[in-house]
Ligand binder design. Structure first.
Ligand SMILES: [Zn+2]
Length: 433
């Protein structure tokens, strides 16, 4: 599901800040990364020490283990260049945090900002006070006010210690499960059913907890947000925009687009490339129903969350269009859009990169730029095909989880021969104009 929704936001088009050949953000910032890791690990160690004092005994030890594991994982991500340092975006987000702090002295002082090369619209705040903002957020939100509201929501989680409380809850629950499992071992007949019940109760409880945490973070976040100069109604507008991410359908890639970009001087277009695997028994209405169901599952709470907010904070009952966007936000939006392909490429999502390039090319957006990415991704697909590692970079067809258009694309890709892939890669990598 996560992979599928990654390219849904492309429909939100029509911002056209034309640039003369965009240069992707630089990630060769070795020194900055090194400094960041040093500060981050030091802060995290302090946090772990504090936790051990607050939770003596086994719980504290388990917490220390979990947070240490997270640290290792996170440092690997930083070394892997999953984040961008010192871009104009860091400064923008830091400025928003300062504005939020204006009448809120209780907002932690030691917050740091980190921009992630990730197209999913998401943000989170780590235990040590590092604020991670995904580039994808800029593709979905409309102004600084909405971005500030997402930050306020995350601050709500952070200040309410929701993650920590979830983990402590999970540690205690886990202990209880172990006891329960031990008890039911003696009862052979009902063992499976009881084990299943334990799991079900745990999953169910987790769902309820998550919902409650979201609503708590909304309220805590809005309490911070209402004291600032940001447009109040954009707190709700931001939530409505995040909901779009799940409900909008992807732009289908048309047959003409395939013909336009894959009829080459040295290789003519072959109709057999478009031949689809036979899934005629598959009911596409059921696929649509599933998307709706999954959307409800991934953001079950948005309409409910909006209703709750409006109940507690009557000023949110009045709705209004988004506040005008600042020049710096427009620039950030443009950067985020141009970074969609570099992000896919960095994550080795070459198949998705080609599909997305075709969507942009079909709209005649930045043709030169996306033809270039088409070439780069095809070169990687060629390597993968040659080394029998293509499965890593290109999805297999799965009617249950993919739109018809994306399946058509995958059929096309898997139908190409090794030589045909090479011809396409060479053509677009060497194309000059
Ligand atoms: Zn949240």
């Amino acid at each position: 599901m996560t992979r599928f929704i990654l390219f849904l936001f492309l429909i939100l088009n029509s911002l056209s800040l034309k640039s003369q050949l965009y240069k992707p953000l630089d990630t060769a910032d070795y020194a900055q990364r090194k400094v960041f890791i040093k500060t981050y690990t030091a802060e995290n160690e302090l946090y772990i020490k504090d936790l051990k004092n607050r939770y003596p005994g086994k719980t504290g030890q388990e917490l220390a283990k979990i947070y240490k594991e997270f640290e290792t994982d996170f440092v690997t991500q930083v070394k892997n260049k999953d984040f961008i340092f010192n871009s104009a975006l860091d400064a923008d987000v830091a400025a928003l945090i300062i504005k939020l702090r204006k009448n809120n002295p209780n907002i932690p002082q030691k917050l740091k900002v980190l921009i992630a090369k990730d197209n999913a619209p998401n943000a989170y705040c780590l235990a040590d006070g590092t604020f991670v903002i995904n580039l994808g957020l800029f593709n979905l939100l409309e102004n600084d006010d909405q971005l500030a509201s997402v930050i306020a929501h995350e601050l709500g989680h952070k200040m309410g210690e929701h993650v920590l409380r979830d983990i402590v809850g999970f540690i205690n629950q886990d202990k209880m499960d172990k006891i329960t499992v031990q008890n039911i071992k003696s009862d052979r007949l009902n063992r499976n059913k009881k084990a299943f019940d334990v799991l079900k109760i745990r999953l169910y409880r987790k769902g309820i907890e998550k919902r409650k945490n979201e609503m708590r973070a909304d309220s805590l976040g809005f309490v911070l947000y209402r004291k600032t100069d940001f447009s109040k109604t954009d707190f709700v507008n931001a939530l409505q925009n995040l909901k779009k991410y799940d409900t909008i359908s992807p732009v289908p890639v048309k047959l003409e687009t395939y013909k336009k970009y894959f009829s080459l001087p040295s290789q003519e277009f072959k109709d057999k490339w478009m031949k689809k695997e036979d899934f005629s028994a598959y009911d596409y209405k059921a696929f649509k129903a599933k998307i709706n169901e999954d959307s409800v599952a991934s953001h079950p709470e948005i309409p409910e969350r909006v209703a709750k907010l409006q109940k507690y904070f009557t000023e949110l009952k009045t709705t209004a269009p988004p506040a005008p966007s600042s020049e710096s936000f427009k620039k950030a939006e443009h950067i985020a859009r141009m970074e969609i392909l570099p992000n896919f490429f960095h994550a080795e999502e070459y198949g998705l990169g080609i599909y997305t390039s075709l969507q942009f090319l079909q709209e005649n957006e930045e043709t030169k730029y996306y033809e270039n990415w088409l070439g780069k991704c095809f070169a990687k697909i060629y390597e993968g095909r040659k080394n029998y590692t293509l499965n890593r970079y290109l999805d297999r067809i799965d009617p249950k989880d993919q739109s018809e258009s994306y399946q058509q694309f995958l059929n096309f890709m898997w139908n190409l021969s090794l030589n045909e892939i090479k011809t396409i890669a060479d053509y677009y990598q060497n194309k000059k104009s």
